[in-house]
Structure formats: C-alpha cells, structure tokens
Write a protein that binds this ligand. Structure first.
Ligand SMILES: Cc1ncc(COP(=O)(O)O)c(C=O)c1O
Length: 423
C-alpha cells in the first residue's frame, strides 16, 4: 500500500518537536495580500530581517548623532575596528580562520578585487573554466577581466554546461573538462551552489582537481554561505566571495565577504589592489609611500566600511553564532527533505538534485508558465522567485520557515489552476 500523504497534523507535530522552532520569532515575517503572514520561501534571494537589526542600526545612528567623527574611535565598539570584530563570526559560518575572512564592498566588486589578485594569465595558461548556468554578474566579471588583460572572452572563458536533461553540471564532467584543458587554465571559478538549479558541488574535491591542473581555484558562494556547512580552510580553497543578503540576512545590498586562504593572504608576494583600509588599523594614517597590506583577507579591504550598513549583518551573525552551522544545516536537510517529499506527489518537476548532500535549502521547480505560476502563488500569500526561462525557486530557511509552511505551500501548489490534481 502506498504511504498516505503527510497530513497537516503531521506537519504541525514536526514543528512542535523542533528544537530550533523558537528562532522564527527572531525575524520579521512579511505580510500576505490578505493581511495574514506570508509563506516566505525567498530567503535564497533576500533573507528576512532579524528583529535585532533595527536596534543595531539605531545604535550606530545614535553613535553618529552623539559623537560624530569620534564614534570611529570612541566607546566600547569603535567603528574603526568594526570589520575586525565581524571576522570571527563570519569565519565560523564558512569554516575559515578569522584572518582568512573580510567583509567589504559587494560580491561582484569583491570578485573583481580577487580576480585582480588570482587571475594571472601567462603564455598558454590564460583561460578560465567555469560551470553553467553562470550567473550574469559572474559572467560579466570574468569576461571583463579577460578583455582587460587583452584576452578574448569568447575563446578564453570555458563554461561547462549541464548535459541535456541534467540540471547541475556533474563533478565528473567538470573534472573531465579540467583534464581536457589542463595546460591552458589559469583559473577555475565555480559556484558552490548554483543559483538556478540549487545543485551543490563537492568543493573540496573540485578545488583539488582544479589545482592539479596548475590553476588556482575560486568559488562564488552567494548561495552556499549560511546555507550549507563549509570548511574553506581545510578544503584548501584558494579564494571565495559571497554576498550577505541571502542566507545571512544582512539586509538588501549588504556587504559582500571574501575568503583568501592564509597561504595566499599571509604571503606578501600575493598581488592585491591597495587602499588605506587594507592596512593594519594602527598604521592606516601613516604617510608612508608604500602600500603594505595587512596580513590575511583584511589586506583586500580598500575602502572605509559602513557601520550603518554592517549593523544588521552583525545582528544576524550573532544568531548564527548562537545556533551554529551544524544544527542549522541538520534542520535545513530535514525541512527541505520534507518539502521535496511533499512535491514528489505533485505534477511538478524539481530540477534540484534529490541527494541532500548535493543541495542546500533551495528547490528549483520547472514550469512552462513560470511567471504566471509565481503570480498565482503571490496572490495566495507565497513569496518565491522566478529565474528565466522557466524556474521558480523556493527555499525553506531553517532559521524561520516551518514544516507547516512547507505543507501549506504544497497544498496551495496542488490547488493551482492548470497544475492538475494528483490522484
Ligand atoms: C551567484 C551570484 N553571483 C553574483 C551575484 C551578484 O551579487 P552583487 O549584486 O551583490 O554583486 C549574485 C546576486 O544575487 C548571485 O546570486
């Protein structure tokens, strides 16, 4: 006999038994058109606001109001060393040493700074290998660096696309492409989790495979940081960058962040673009001619950091520290697995890998009329997002989504006109 579909009571019981259930109350949940709480499944795009974010921003505005310029150095949390204080909690999220992490700019700008340092074409070894589908901004960053060095993007950017009917490029295919081009690669640049498909790569294995070709290996972790457990230091990743407005709830347009392995960051010979913020705090005002970067990822911080911008991120990182990535990921695996099992009973194509180790929280659903489906979901109080040509992305976020929301989402989807009803 087939298993009975999970009941609403079962979903509620799962929530009641969940050790992390209290964290939902730490976030502000958007409102649905009918005035009820929306089913927010778009944390892979913009994470929700921690309740502590507003007070954190107000604290900085208040310091500005009361102290003016003196807030850079005064009080117990001087702005001048703010980014230094955020290094350790961010490092815990991505499995790095604090010295290997910096919080700065935005993701694409950070990629430019890292490409300036780590894309070093020389002779025949001048090409970049990436995985598709490639996020537009990453493509623009990579092609502009190729063009800037006098190379030909159409020739020198190799994008390994998924095979027909597969959604995510396989490790085997990436390794085969690396072997095929082994003498030509200056850089391998991959997405930890693909923005469109939600598929996760084996970062340790691919970093090793890439380096065995003689290339350096960098990662876009926009969809991985705060989503899956990472061990960037132990996996010997060369460099990585991510944004903090998705799973890390830093707020719209919040700072990007970078990882530079200590074997590069502590090496003064590693080239980096200079600015005064990349110098040790106690020497930033020195009138010396030479740019002597701070050791570690801090050496890439060229410009003044904004305490107001960073305040919500600091509030969110405090929550991550409280929960810890292992507990968060365990709940995420259970919650996304539960949603996947509900969707398995519907006429919906889930293109994200079924193996929990090959995905994070996000499930990508393929629809012929995705935008219409998104609109119908929105009218019913579900916040998801659409990526052309045919993908709706939903991510039950372990910090604030519930089993009951996953159940209600599947029930809403089942009743959508045009989707058909399951027997
Ligand atoms: C995979 C990926 N790369 C790059 C970006 C660009 O980020 P930013 O606008 O912060 O530079 C995004 C933004 O969503 C992204 O998802």
């Amino acid at each position: 006999m087939a298993d009975a579909p999970p009941t609403e009571a079962d979903a509620l019981a799962r929530d009641a038994a969940d050790p992390l259930r209290g964290y939902r109350d730490r976030f502000l949940l958007p409102t649905a058109p009918d005035g009820s709480t929306a089913i927010y499944l778009a944390g892979q795009s913009l994470g929700l606001q921690p309740r502590t974010a507003r007070a954190a921003v107000e604290r900085e505005l208040d310091a500005w109001a009361r102290l003016g310029v003196d807030a850079w150095f005064g009080e117990d949390q001087p702005w001048f060393t703010l980014t230094d204080r955020l290094r350790a909690p961010m490092a815990r999220v991505v499995g790095a040493q604090p010295s290997e992490v910096a919080i700065l700019n935005g993701l694409t700008v950070d990629l430019h700074l890292l490409l300036a340092s780590f894309f070093r074409p020389e002779g025949r070894r001048r090409r970049i290998l990436a995985d598709g589908p490639l996020f537009p901004s990453d493509r623009h960053a990579l092609t502009s660096h190729l063009a800037w060095r006098g190379l030909v993007p159409a020739r020198d950017l190799i994008v390994v696309e998924p095979r027909a009917r597969a959604s995510t490029v396989s490790t085997d295919d990436l390794e085969a492409a690396m072997r095929e081009h082994r003498d030509e690669l200056a850089l391998v640049f991959l997405a930890g989790i693909n923005f469109a498909t939600g598929g996760a790569h084996d970062i340790e294995r691919l970093s090793k495979a890439g380096r065995e070709t003689g290339a350096l290996v960098g990662w876009d972790l926009a969809h991985a940081a705060g989503n899956i457990e990472l061990s960037l230091h132990d996996w010997d990743v060369d460099f990585a960058a991510w944004c903090t407005y998705k799973y890390l709830n830093g707020g719209p347009g919040s700072s990007g962040a970078i990882f530079v392995h200590d074997r590069h960051g502590a090496d003064p010979a590693t080239p980096r673009l200079g600015g005064w913020w990349g110098i040790d705090a106690d020497r930033r005002f020195d009138m010396a001619d030479a740019f002597v970067p701070a050791s570690g990822a801090a050496g890439w911080e060229a410009s003044t950091a904004s305490p107001v911008l960073l305040a919500p991120l600091a509030a969110s990182l405090a929550i991550f520290d409280e929960v810890g990535m292992p507990a968060l990921r365990a709940r995420s695996v259970a919650l996304t697995g539960y949603l996947a099992s509900l969707l398995a009973g519907l006429p919906v194509e889930v293109i994200t890998p079924a193996d929990p180790t090959a995905r994070g929280a996000q499930l990508s659903l393929r629809f012929d009329h995705g935008e219409a489906v998104l609109g119908a979901l929105a009218a019913r109080g579900v916040v998801a997002d659409f990526r052309a040509p045919d993908i709706i992305r939903v991510a039950p976020i372990p910090l604030y989504n519930t089993y009951h929301e996953a159940w209600r989402f599947a029930a809403i989807l089942r009743e959508l006109p045009g989707l058909g009803h399951t027997a």
